[in-house]
Design a protein around this ligand. Structure first.
Ligand code: HEC
Length: 129
């Protein structure tokens, strides 16, 4: 094989690999959205920053892109957020007072396993603005 063909071959292999990983990302994204839907998260949360809730108010819970922006890279973010999702949050210590219209998140442990909650938290923390 001459070097031009070798270059073409390796470029198309790279393109195939990139397409494969984009497809895998899209699949993981779909699975996470379905899990969030089944678990009732979207009753209160949106993904996008400019989403509106009922009556044009802010959504009940903070948009998940805002959650990602606040906690991405923060120490213990995965553990703390999974605990918040499972056990709920305190209305006396609101983390999202000005960015949501709900006063607290109820415990979701009845709707989702801890392992699935951690999976969702990982996905949320990976969302880009
Ligand atoms: C009944 C409404 C409701 C549901 C259902 C709900 N949330 Fe929330 N969520 C909230 C509210 C309200 C807050 C903001 C709490 C605060 O200000 O401290 C919140 C906060 C969060 C936070 C940020 C917590 C923090 O400490 O900053 C994450 C992450 C989150 N929710 C994920 C989820 C996931 C995942 C689900 C589904 C399993 C879910 N929520 C279901 C209302 C809800």
């Amino acid at each position: 094989m001459n070097s031009m063909n070798a270059l073409r071959l390796s470029l198309s292999v790279a393109a195939l690999l990139a397409a494969g990983s984009a497809a895998a990302d899209a699949k993981a994204d779909d699975a996470a959205r379905q899990l969030a839907t089944r678990s009732g998260c979207f009753i209160c949360h949106a993904i996008e920053l400019d989403a509106k809730g009922p009556e044009g108010l802010k959504p009940v819970g903070p948009p998940w892109k805002a959650v990602a922006a606040r906690y991405k890279g923060a120490k213990d973010a995965r553990k703390n957020l999974t605990t918040a999702v499972m056990g709920g949050t305190s209305p006396y210590n609101r983390h999202w007072k000005d960015e949501s219209s709900g006063i607290a998140m109820p415990p979701n442990g009845v709707a989702i396993s801890e392992a699935d909650a951690a999976k969702l938290v990982d996905w949320i923390l990976g969302l880009q603005k």
